[in-house]
Design a binder for this molecule. Structure first.
Ligand SMILES: Nc1ncnc2[nH]cnc12
Ligand SMILES: [Zn+2]
Length: 332
């Protein structure tokens, strides 16, 4: 498939951790700016360290890397750099996760984090024509109480945060542990989503659906182990925000050729393509699409359906969704 076909396809990104877009070059700049010593001699050594055996081995390095983010300007620079990559890849709409607890736990104020990210999103609407939403994610390895405190901190900023998510170490931290904080978040008007079925079993996907009442499942690739669950996801058109490169880097699949995204698509599931933590996993949106074309023989029709799904599964207003879906399908 021609790279220009992928480039020209309008796409929405729905599973992207802004902290996961911290490229080694920016990490070095921010470390210098903030007087922080990095445990790496240069950017090459940083890239060398990105060899993961599972989700936790990645998270340990990823949380350490986020330590260079200190000021609102740092969060602005991080977010702006990602939005410029969106422009290159023709990602016209993005729904970004941020992990407030990664920062509040080390003494950075919630409002500092939000201020920097939000200003970049606002500038991108104006200068790049990219629309966006922000989703605040709770870290599931921290106690419920910490998630409740984070929700409290977000309440004055409801107009700038559309939803809540659940991420970090999955195994041993089932969604049911966060049922109460998600209930409160829903009452406050936040749209719920959750990582489930990345490393965790299908039971965690059921819990995300039935207890957290999510509007999307992040990852969800292990749903294929349970045919009744797959049938339900398909009949409800429950979106799965799938991250192909991430799944290979974190050994959920051995190779991209083993990935189940196109099989799920062909079964009728509302799967979408996303980059998760592109600075750590080797590529942004178009690189993920290109990988699927090369290693899974993705057709143009499949690529169009994946792009259309990304708008269908977004939190855009219905009319905008429909218009972008038509363009992605080549009908607009
Ligand atoms: N792929 C992933 N799974 C869980 N938590 C994450 N935080 C950042 N990326 C993540
Ligand atoms: Zn993720």
């Amino acid at each position: 498939m021609d790279i220009s076909f992928i480039r020209n396809l309008p796409k929405a990104e729905l599973h992207l951790h802004i902290e996961g877009t911290l490229e080694p070059e920016l990490m070095v700049v921010l470390a210098e700016r903030n007087g922080i010593a990095l445990p790496y001699k240069d950017t090459e050594a940083i890239r060398q360290a990105y060899q993961f055996t599972n989700l936790q081995s990645f998270l340990d390095i990823y949380y350490a890397g986020a330590g260079v983010l200190q000021t609102a300007r740092d969060f602005y620079d991080l977010t702006w750099a990602y939005l410029e990559r969106c422009k290159e890849d023709n990602v016209v709409h993005t729904e970004i996760f941020f992990d407030p607890q990664t920062h509040t736990e080390r003494g950075i104020a919630f409002d500092t984090v939000l201020e920097g990210i939000d200003k970049a999103l606002e500038d991108a609407r104006e200068k790049l024509g990219i629309t966006s939403h922000l989703i605040m994610s709770f870290l599931r390895h921290l106690p419920e109480e910490s998630a409740f405190e984070t929700l409290e901190a977000a309440l004055p900023h409801k107009d700038r945060i559309i939803g809540v998510g659940l991420d970090s170490s999955e195994a041993g931290f089932p969604p049911e542990m966060f049922e109460r904080v998600f209930e409160k978040a829903r009452q406050e008007g936040f749209i719920p989503v959750a990582h489930a079925g990345e490393e965790g079993p299908p039971a965690y996907i059921y819990q995300a659906l039935d207890l957290l009442k999510v509007a999307r499942i992040d990852h969800g690739v292990r749903a294929v182990e349970d045919p009744a669950l797959m049938a339900r996801l398909i009949s409800e058109r429950m979106p799965l925000t799938v991250c192909p490169f991430s799944n290979v880097k974190l050994k959920v699949f051995e190779t991209l050729a083993d990935h189940n995204i196109l099989a799920m698509l062909d079964q009728g599931a509302c799967v979408t393509v996303n980059s998760d933590d592109p600075a750590y996993f080797g590529g942004y949106m178009n690189a993920n699409f290109q990988g699927l074309a090369q290693d899974l023989n993705m057709t143009e029709a499949q690529a169009r359906r994946l792009a259309a799904n990304s708008f269908e599964a977004s939190f855009l207003p219905e009319a905008e969704k429909r218009a972008w879906m038509a363009r992605a399908l080549g009908e607009g």
